[in-house]
Structure formats: C-alpha cells, structure tokens
Design a protein. Structure first.
Length: 455
C-alpha cells in the first residue's frame, strides 16, 4: 500500500487541478481572507494624526518594532486596527506551550487529548487578549508621549479616552485576525495564523525590491552588489528548503504478530527527528531580548543627560546592540544557539517517547526499551540539534551582516522572515498535494466500482 501511494504521489499532476472543485474553493477562500487582512492593515486607529506617523517610524528604526511591523505587513507603521497583528497570540501560545511542559497540572491536561487541547487553546486566547490589552495600552501611551520634547503630537486628543479606545480597537483587530486564521484553517488551505504572518512579510517584498534598485540608481549600491544580494537571497531560500526537509529517521521495530493467514509478520516504522526541531522560535526570542532595550529608549524619546551614568550606559548599550555591530552579532548567535537547545528540549521529550514505544511494544534495534532508549534518543537529538542550531545561526546572522554591509534596512531579507516564508510555503504546497492525492484516490475508487458493476 505504501509503495502504491508513493507511485501515485510521484505521478500527481496539477493538470487534474481543474477537477478538484473543493480544493479550488478552499484556495479562493484563502485568497479572499488574505485580501481582507491586507485591507484591514490600512484602516487607522481612531484619534491618530497620520502626518506624524512617518516621523514616528523613522525614529523607531532598528528596534523590535521593526520585527512586529514586518510580521504585520506594515500595519504597526501605519498604526492600523491590526497594528499588533497576531504576535500577542504567538507569544501567548509559546508561553502556554512552555508552561504545559513544565507545570504538572498543565502537563496532565495536555495528555487528555482533544479535550485538553481545547482547554489549552482557550487559555492561549485569554492570554492573547491580556497581552494585546497590555501592549495596546503601552502603545497608546507611547504615541501620546511621542514628540513631546519637540512639540509634535501624534494623537489628536490625548487622554484616557484615547487609550481605552485604542486598546478596545487593537483587541478587536487581533481577535478578528485570530478568527480569520481559524476560518482559513478550517475552510481554506494551510495554517491560517501562519499564512497571515507570511502574507504580512511578503507584503514588504515590493518595498525591499524598490529600495534595492533605488539604491542602485542613486549609486549607493553597485550593480554587482545588487546581483550578488539577489543571488544570495535565492541561495538562502534553497538552503532553507533543504535543511527544513532534512530529518533523521530512526527505525522502530515491533514484535511479530499473527496475520489472517496464520503467518507471523513483524511491523516496522520510522521515528522522524527533524534537523530543526525548534523552528523559528530561537531567532524570534534572541532578537526580541537583544532589541528590547534599544526599542524602549528610542520609542520613549527621553532626553539623554550627559551627567547621568544610567543615560550614558543606555547610550553605550544602544551603540553596541545596533544592527550589524560585532557585539550584537555575537550575542544574537549565542541567543539562537541557546534557545535552539532550550526549545527543542521543551517540544520533544525523550522520556515520554521512550515510554510510549515501550507501551506499544516498539523498540529501536540494538537498543533496550525503557531507559536505554531514552538515553539513545537524547543522544541522537543532541547531535541533530547541534547541526540545526548551526544552520539557524548561519541563516539568521548572514543576512544581518549583509544588511549591515550594504546599508539595507528591510527585514524582508532577515533570516527569521525567510524561515517563516519558506516553511509556510512548503507546508501549504504539501497540503495542496495531499488534496490532489486524495482526489486521485477518489477517482480510482470510482473507476474500480464502475468496472465492478460493468462486470
């Protein structure tokens, strides 16, 4: 059966796409939902002066707000209703996932199956609402304080009414995006939340291309540098595709069982261990921690006193933690490696996997079930994570160095953005192929039934 499925999968042709009406409706629904997302990114918050926003964006360059702005498709820069995007939900889901692996009660809830998963998702939504409200309040307060020393005012009528209205608008926008993502997942194609993040990143691609060729037109970049950057971009994408699909497959042997014909047959399967088990979490966490002090000082807009030791320390910290600085590169790489090992240990539990194999009668050939299997899985996973951490570090640090050397400020070329875009694209294409494969199976079954009736 497996070989037959492989043969059909290898002969899948997109020429049969026109016959898959359900797949077409799912794709059209996904496209329509993403168009709604892009329209919402241009709806501004009530009470904002749009003429000040460009200055605000210029003064907050280089901070963590750039990452949020890239993930939200420029919504934060325009201060739209979905300025925070789905990042509060992502943060809440990471916190809940970490807590479910560390807290005993949440760990037991995680093992309850579908019921426990629904409860954890509900906790994640509550956390997303809480984080959106907190971030929205600080964002509104920062907008009121912006430009106070220079006499500029980004808010038309500052006060508690503006802050409450901004918080309500931002919470409603984020919750609508979560609902839209769930609709894409159930009625469309691919993972809805991931597709929304990818759509926000891809929306910055025209700006990146225009800025790149504009720098070539003004003489800031030579044509050879532009060609080299584009070639490197393609090479990094191919590199990511190769490593994201790479995995170590461990052979799992099951004891012999009697078949219907009375023969004894042993079952075999494989346990795939991805090279990059942590995904895009390590660069997001590392960059967030590094850029947090820089963002706070830039967004607050406080005046720096030359006699204050604290202000001198902050200024020095900002200088060393700027994009492209050697200290920033070193700490960024160290943070990625640390979080790669930390998050891999959270999402994959060798002890639990070894216990499940032992309960089902499975074992790794040459390794005793139980504790020895746990030690072996931990050993293999550690060696794989070394390669995975090195791969993520190279993908994320290399574009940072290129941007620092060429003066490009677009985070579309950042390693985190490329990782998200490539992963989501590969997963979406895989789901499309699965739908086409199921459609081909349906056609084969119909033909077989028709032949049986004719006979």
């Amino acid at each position: 059966m497996a070989s037959r499925a492989d043969n059909i999968a290898s002969t899948i042709s997109f020429a049969n796409f026109s016959k898959a009406t359900e797949l077409k409706s799912r794709i059209w629904f996904t496209i329509g939902a993403l168009i709604v997302f892009r329209f919402l990114s241009f709806v501004p918050l009530p009470g904002i002066n749009p003429l000040i926003l460009e200055t605000l964006a210029g003064k907050t360059r280089g901070g963590i707000l750039d990452i949020f702005n890239a993930f939200s498709g420029g919504s934060l820069e325009r201060m739209s209703l979905i300025a925070l995007g789905v990042m509060p939900y992502i943060t809440a889901s990471i916190v809940v996932q970490l807590a479910s692996s560390l807290h005993p009660s949440l760990t037991a809830l995680k093992k309850e199956g579908e019921t426990g998963r629904k409860k954890l998702n509900q906790y994640t939504r509550y956390g997303a609402v809480f984080l959106t409200a907190i971030q929205g309040w600080f964002l509104a307060s920062g907008l009121e304080a912006f430009g106070a020393s220079s006499g500029l005012q980004a808010v038309v009528a500052p006060g508690y009414m503006f802050r409450v209205g901004a918080v309500i608008s931002l919470v409603g926008g984020t919750m609508f995006l979560l609902w839209l993502g769930e609709q894409i997942t159930s009625r469309g194609i691919g993972n809805g939340i991931s597709l929304i993040i990818m759509a926000g990143i891809v929306a910055q691609m025209p700006t990146f291309v225009v800025n790149l060729f504009d720098q070539g037109r003004t003489g800031s970049l030579s044509p050879f540098v532009i060609v080299g950057v584009l070639a490197l971009l393609v090479g990094v994408v191919v590199f990511i595709c190769f490593f994201e699909r790479a995995s170590r497959r461990l052979l799992i042997q099951y004891p012999k069982r009697a078949t219907q014909r009375g023969m004894m047959a042993a079952d075999r399967s494989h346990l795939p261990l991805k090279l990059n088990t942590a995904g895009v979490i390590p660069p997001i966490f590392a960059s967030s921690l590094l850029l947090l002090p820089l963002t706070i000082t830039q967004f607050a807009g406080n005046a720096v006193s030359p006699d204050s030791f604290t202000d001198k320390f902050i200024v020095g910290l900002n200088q060393y933690l700027g994009h492209g600085k050697p200290v920033y590169m070193l700490l960024y790489a160290a943070g990625i490696i640390f979080f790669a090992f930390f998050y891999t240990a959270v999402v994959f539990n060798p002890e639990e996997t070894a216990d499940n194999l032992k309960k089902n009668g499975g074992f790794i050939p040459g390794i005793r079930p139980g504790k020895n299997t746990e030690v072996y899985l931990d050993y293999v996973l550690t060696r794989i994570t070394v390669l995975g951490a090195g791969y993520i570090t190279l993908v994320c640090v290399l574009p940072e160095w290129i941007m620092a050397e060429t003066g490009m400020g677009s985070l579309f070329f950042g390693g985190t953005s490329l990782l998200i875009v490539v992963n989501v694209t590969v997963d979406t294409i895989t789901q499309i192929q699965s739908h086409l494969l199921a459609h081909q199976y349906g056609d084969l079954i119909k033909k077989a039934k028709l032949k049986g009736r004719l006979r």
